[in-house]
Ligand binder design. Structure first.
Ligand SMILES: Cc1cc2nc3c(=O)[nH]c(=O)nc-3n(C[C@H](O)[C@H](O)[C@H](O)COP(=O)(O)OP(=O)(O)OC[C@H]3O[C@@H](n4cnc5c(N)ncnc54)[C@H](O)[C@@H]3O)c2cc1C
Length: 139
């Protein structure tokens, strides 16, 4: 695709399609961008992060997800603190980005990952971040 122009009065688009040195301008009602999805890793591109070749998520977690028995995103739990470790010391990728191209990430998993990362940082396996916050609020 070479260019896109929106025609406001007709609520349509003129799309310029390039083939070799020729451009064909066609008019369309809708544009559906099936361009795939992959994480923006620019934040850690110079750190020691081993990405999965297939999903582009961090390797340990990607391998664990690959071995997960169910493909149902609602039937999943966090893969555990050790899967969040990277070759780069003390650097963790959590949230949607940790799943790379996998589409099964849920915010519930991300909240568990936060607890796990804090247990890694503090070295306290039993630390439950949310429990402590709730206790402080009730005081
Ligand atoms: C169509 C769709 C439906 C979904 N439905 C559900 C659902 O029902 N329930 C559910 O739990 N989950 C759902 N999800 C998954 C959902 O994306 C996550 O649960 C949640 O939004 C992930 O939160 P996050 O903070 O990890 O990532 P995001 O919400 O993606 O936030 C990451 C932020 O970081 C920013 N960012 C990225 N790279 C950089 C960088 N290099 N520098 C600075 N900023 C950067 C991004 O711009 C973005 O604002 C759905 C996802 C999609 C696409």
């Amino acid at each position: 695709m070479d260019s896109v122009e929106y025609l406001e009065n007709q609520d349509s688009f003129i799309v310029g399609l390039r083939r070799n040195d020729t451009i064909d301008n066609i008019e369309v009602d809708r544009i559906i961008a099936n361009v795939g999805y992959s994480p923006d890793n620019s934040l850690y591109s110079e750190l020691q992060v081993h990405e999965c070749y297939a999903s582009r998520g961090p390797m340990k977690l990607s391998a664990a997800l690959l071995g997960a028995s169910s493909a149902d995103c609602l039937d999943q739990s966090s893969m555990g603190a050790n899967t969040l470790k990277n070759p780069e010391p003390n650097f963790y990728i959590i949230g949607n980005k940790s799943y790379g191209r996998n589409s099964t990430f849920l915010i519930r998993v991300g909240l568990s990952q936060i607890v796990e990362v804090f247990s890694l940082i503090t070295g306290d396996e039993n630390l439950n971040l949310y429990e402590n916050i709730l206790q402080e609020r009730s005081v």
